[in-house]
Design a protein around this ligand. Sequence first.
Ligand code: C5P
Length: 224
Amino acid sequence: MQKIVIAIDGYSSCGKSTTAKAVAAELGYAYIDTGAMYRAVTLYLLERAIAFHDLPRVEQALHEMQITFKRNRKTGRNELCLDGVIREDEIRQMRISNSVSEVSVIPAVRHALVRQQQRMGRHRGVVMDGRDIGTTVFPDAEVKVFMTAEVLTRALRRQEELAAKNEHVSVEDIVENLEKRDHLDSTRAESPLRRAADAVLLDTTHMMIDEQVDFVLERVSAAL
Ligand code: C5P
């Protein structure tokens, strides 16, 4: 059967990755979490105390670092590796969430990661989630979904995820982080977060995961 690209973009913590992962599993497609890649660059720079405005050093770092995904056979999850080492837990921490949007605004970072994402999806048969997949990475994606949800719902979901990893953060701090990231992501010059003209809007405020997955799968059926 024809293989397509499914682009899932939207605001932070709307359930994009949970939905994308389930859709990919259902279709036997690869799932690529592009946010994890921006988080990995942030971790790399912070660990080496490279200032985000130090462009020559940021460019050198982009050249040196290796971002890959490794499938965990036990969980079936794709885990992010930085220089061959799984760093899933660290990249999800609040300290990374608090800085990632300052890193993802850097054009050199975007160019490097967008190129890598395009290479990863060149054979199609992928579900990719992020902020600019339907607009910049794969403007020709056959299915484009733009997800949104009320900020408090998103914050409560994120709080639960963090608590499961033993990181306890107040709802207020999470709301502040989500609003700051959404603002920076939407207002940057280079591939800002915005709904592609041909993306279908999905508000997940009152939806269960299964309903979100079914919604995307229906779009896929219509596209095939
Ligand atoms: O999806 P996630 O919340 O993990 O993304 C973290 C951050 O990475 C976003 O807030 C955004 O700044 C950046 N990002 C991006 N473009 C993408 C995916 C993520 O700028 N395609």
